[in-house]
Design a protein around this ligand. Sequence first.
Ligand code: C2E
Ligand code: CA
Ligand code: CA
Length: 690
Amino acid sequence: MKTEPSPGPDAPSGRIWSTLAASRRWGGTLFAQVSTLGLVVVLAGLCGFALWSSGFTRHASERAIESSRLAEHYAVAAAAVAAEESLERKYRLEPGADVRRRFQEASKDLLGALATVRQSGGPTDRDVVDRVAAAHAPYLRAADRMFDAVDRADAREVLRIDHEEVDPRFDAIVALVGAATASHRRQQIAALAELQAREQFNEWATPATFLGGMALVVLFSGVLRRTLGQLDSQRRQAVHDALHDGLTGLPNRALLADRFHQALRASRRDGTTTGLLVIDLDRFKEVNDTLGHHVGDQLLARIGPKLVGALRDVDTVARLGGDEFAVLLPNVGSLEGALDTARRLRKALAEPVRIEGVELDIDASIGVVISGKHGEDAPTLLQHADVAMYVAKQQGRGVVAYDPGSDDHSPERLSLLGQLRRGIERGELFLHYQPKISLHTGAVTGVEALARWQHPERGLVSASDFISWAEHTGLIGPLTDCVLNLALAQARAWASAGHPIPIAVNVSARTLQDDDFANKIADLLALHGVPAALLEVEVTESAVTLEPERASRVLKHLHGLGVRIAIDDFGAGYTSLAQLKHLPISQLKIDKSFILTLGSDDDSALIVRSMIDLGHGLNLEVVAEGVESAQVLGVLAGYRCDIAQGFHVCRPARAEDLMQWYLRRADAGAAGVGSPDPDQPSAPPLPARG
Ligand code: C2E
Ligand code: CA
Ligand code: CA
């Protein structure tokens, strides 16, 4: 039995730690995200600032350039106007074709400048141009008429036109052009001033912004680097946690599997051998139950260092769970080397451990496998080491190497089970019968039916080679049905031939747990037309003590039908007669291990004698099985044992052979010699009377 060690007194806090670690991990990720975002924002801010700054400067200088260009055009216009005025006056003093031509050119210049302003200026400028043009056309016409008056030397008309028509229009034009020019000059100055201010601002703001930005970049990248570093170490810790056992700090199953694969790969490559030990502590449950889980946990934590201390550096000690450990032995050399290591580890573990003032002795069962001999891949080897460990534990052998014969799960076993299932269906199962004779009269009191399997390739297979693993699977059900049918058919046949011989059938513990079993027996008896008195049922003491109430119910039901019940292999277990006395039992079969040593072992003699007396005290018939010699037969008769069964009387035999033996014996008047040939029974000697 294995028990899981407690999660430990710090289990709840363990949960808190893992929650904290998880929240820190989460916090770390958040930090990294915030820092990265900060970096992006700062860099985007710097870019934005540079773009905004250069955009602003470009805009201000464009405005300044535009204003100065317009102011320039207005200046050209103003100059043209001034030229018109001066030429107009000049014409009055020195009239001539040349002055008039130059006046017309000045007018053309003015119109040209106005056209440029209209094209490149804004709505206000276009308004100014319209108003100047509106005043300029009549001005030109008036100037023309004034020039004509000059040519006619009509001084009065000249003065009148000048005063009334030319001057007012000229003044209006000068005012309009002058105002526009001045306004654009002002705008130009303002734009230039703004540009200058902008440049002054840029002079300190640009380096300041970039310095600040760089500081933030350094800060954020520092935070980011630290956070990433933390995340990395947390990830490393998480990987470590995933591959190690929390309680002992040893590698866990996953890491073992990984190293195992590597070691096997290296073995295949280099032609070496990898060994694996599975270690299970004995009686660990007792430590847990009597001293508490915290002591159990401390004990488990002390196992790792003990094992590691007795191994090479290249070996791996892992905790598989509970009180189960595994040791991986790369390049171990041979099976003997692995077994030696296992024995050494067992010795190291055997040194007492002191925990909380209590001295604890640790014993361990160790299963051993090596690559090649016991399997090629890690899962198979691990499973086989586990099987070997269970065998070591069950048989109290300490260290055991894997043996496929003891493996209920080996492929050979599984395929044999399949073959047995088919064998039952195909009628490969048959019965041997072994007689039981009365030590008082020499009469045959009955026979025991023993299952045999005629395997198509393996030949005859004995019950001891397949019953126990049929019992571990559902196969024991169909097997018992088959045996019962064969036995009852045989009982019917013998009874019909005038030999009503009782037949005993062995019934497993599992079958005895079936509440319906007695009904099934009743049906089969009816089916075969066999009286219940011709059927006996043999059950082992452990079958009865497994689930006493249910077994007792089924046995009482059987007894009620008239079927006799025998306790088989008595003495092999730990049951006392007191436990059996409430059951409807007729016979006690002393286990053959006591009978086989009866001649040689004084203790056996004492035990057998006591068992016989106790059985009689409970009104039971006592049967001795495993009687192999006349001497033992004599001793048993001396002890007043009732019935004997064994090779000396007759070996188990097929029904026909048994009947021949039976008839010969009857002819001989229940006297003769035992057959030495296993399956050739003959009449045995009469038992000596005590
Ligand atoms: P068991 O009920 O104790 O049967 C007696 C076993 O001891 C038989 O082995 C028999 O061949 C052997 N035996 C008989 N006389 C002697 C002797 O003088 N010396 C020695 N050394 N051995 C002797 P077998 O037939 O191999 O059966 C082994 C066990 O298998 C049986 O032990 C019984 O527990 C079980 N078994 C046999 N047939 C059946 C069956 O049909 N159903 C169930 N459930 N179990 C069966
Ligand atoms: Ca038996
Ligand atoms: Ca027996």
